[in-house]
Design a protein around this ligand. Sequence first.
Ligand code: ZN
Length: 132
Amino acid sequence: MPSEFTVRTHSQEEFIDITNLVREALTSSNVQKGVAVVYVPHTTAGVTINESADHSVVEDILEALRRIVPANLPYRHLEGNAPAHVKASLVGSSVSVLIERGNLLLGTWQGIFFCEFDGPRTRRVWVEVRGE
Ligand code: ZN
């Protein structure tokens, strides 16, 4: 079974840096070389890797997604959260990160972000670590 942790979101749309939570899952796995798959089992949330040093970058991504995915299209999904479903598909529901010497092999400025598009909610994230 993968490791699971929960993320509590506080806004309708929000990116939350989960890099350290993924690191904790990696540490408890004792894997030194391999790959970590981070998977979000939701249809209105996702996960992406981008800059963690400057938080305005993820704010810009959210703003761009709002313009790419209009709120007022004649959506057929009647739950009222169709734009959140579309945004979740655009960012995707998993990322894979290589592992070397027991560490996530991320670029200097990279972080792993949970992407909420229909919050606030309590969400789940699964991390499967494979390797030796
Ligand atoms: Zn829905």
